[in-house]
Write a protein that binds this ligand. Structure first.
Ligand code: NAP
Length: 313
């Protein structure tokens, strides 16, 4: 019987693991086949406190993992594939194992969205990508397109200027959602251009991306636009498929928690972007991971050493 199983290994999951391990709960972390969460797919992290000159996302997550392991967290690079939270003990399954647990901390994060247009899937890895860090270097001196108008799109566009001869940001509206500092940086960059009020209708190319079919939603025009790569940065969806029917989810699939850690199931706690629609920052995810682990610890204490009415009086 595990005292604590943490599902997920981004900042939320690994912070929960650090706190649970330091509370001597020997947490088992089901880290996923691709451990580390979204920061493994990012470049420079400039807003994580404690790193005044920034740190690369993967380096930060390697440090999180090392810290959790140092205190005794057991980290398995496997995906949780099924859960049964209908009774105690809680059950978590992977392809090969079934685990019983007293508490579970769900920190499965969110995944990048795709456009869902023709050509996108066929050309994934052949010029279509959601990860500039992973794939940007393949497009040296090429014309690179970035889709989206948020901070991620600005960050990707700025990063891709290191490689591309030109970067075009295509946004479906005429106003950016990005924070002012990121928007200003991108708009001031000599290599970055913007196409406003424009959506992608098809990704063109055989073997590799050669262009995009675009639609200007204001003037109604449709035209072909030459491009060598398309990086999609249009937000994320929560990774909650395995919890459907087990935990209360909102309409978008995020786990509902009235206090930011407890769920509708006793002993199951939530942390990070799988719950947090609003902030979605590494530092807020880490904070939520800390809270979830502390609440799991208190829950375990309450279950193992219940305060009787006589003792309490
Ligand atoms: P986001 O803020 O939700 O922005 C998503 C963008 O994609 C929006 O501009 C949206 O357009 C567009 N979009 C969504 N679906 C689309 C579709 N189907 N087709 C075309 N465009 C579509 O997501 P994000 O940029 O990933 O940022 C998420 C959070 O992380 C934010 O809170 C952000 O501040 C934070 N973040 C911070 C940093 C940093 O501080 N360095 C870096 C990255 C992210 P509309 O504007 O029209 O909705």
């Amino acid at each position: 019987m595990e005292k604590v199983i943490v599902i997920g290994s981004g900042p939320a999951g690994l912070t929960a693991a650090v706190y649970a391990a330091r509370a001597n709960l020997k947490p088992l972390v089901l880290a996923g086949g691709m451990y580390g969460g979204q920061l493994m797919l990012t470049t420079e992290v400039e807003n994580y406190p404690g790193f005044p000159t920034g740190i690369m996302g993967p380096d930060l997550m390697i440090a999180f993992r090392g810290q959790a392991e140092r205190f005794g967290a057991r980290i398995e690079n496997v995906d949780a594939t099924q859960v049964d939270f209908s009774k105690s003990p809680l059950i978590v399954r992977t392809v090969e194992e079934e685990y019983d647990a007293k508490t579970v901390i769900v920190a499965t994060g969110a995944s990048a969205r795709w456009l869902g247009v023709p050509g996108e899937e066929q050309l994934r890895g052949r010029g279509v990508s959601t990860c500039a860090t992973c794939d940007g270097a393949f497009f040296k001196d090429k014309h690179i397109v970035v889709i989206g108008g948020g901070d991620s799109a600005m960050e990707e566009a700025l990063f891709l200027t290191r490689f591309g001869r030109k970067v075009t940001v295509i946004h479906r509206r005429d106003t950016l959602r990005a924070s002012k500092i990121m928007a200003d940086r991108a708009q001031a960059h000599e290599k970055i251009e913007f196409l406003w009020n424009t959506v992608v209708e098809e990704v063109l190319g055989s073997g590799h991306v050669s262009g995009l079919k675009l639609h200007n939603v204001v003037d109604g025009s449709r035209y072909t636009f030459d491009a060598d790569a398309m990086f999609i940065a249009i937000g994320h969806d929560p990774n909650t498929e395995i919890f459907r029917g087990q935990l209360d989810l909102d309409q978008a699939g995020y786990i509902i928690s009235p206090d930011g850690t407890a769920t509708n199931v006793d002993g199951v706690f939530v942390a990070g972007d799988v719950y947090d629609i609003r902030y979605k920052q590494a530092v807020t995810a880490a904070g939520l991971g800390c809270r979830a682990a502390m609440d799991a610890e208190r829950y375990l204490e309450a279950v193992e050493f219940p305060v009787t009415a006589a003792a309490a009086s």
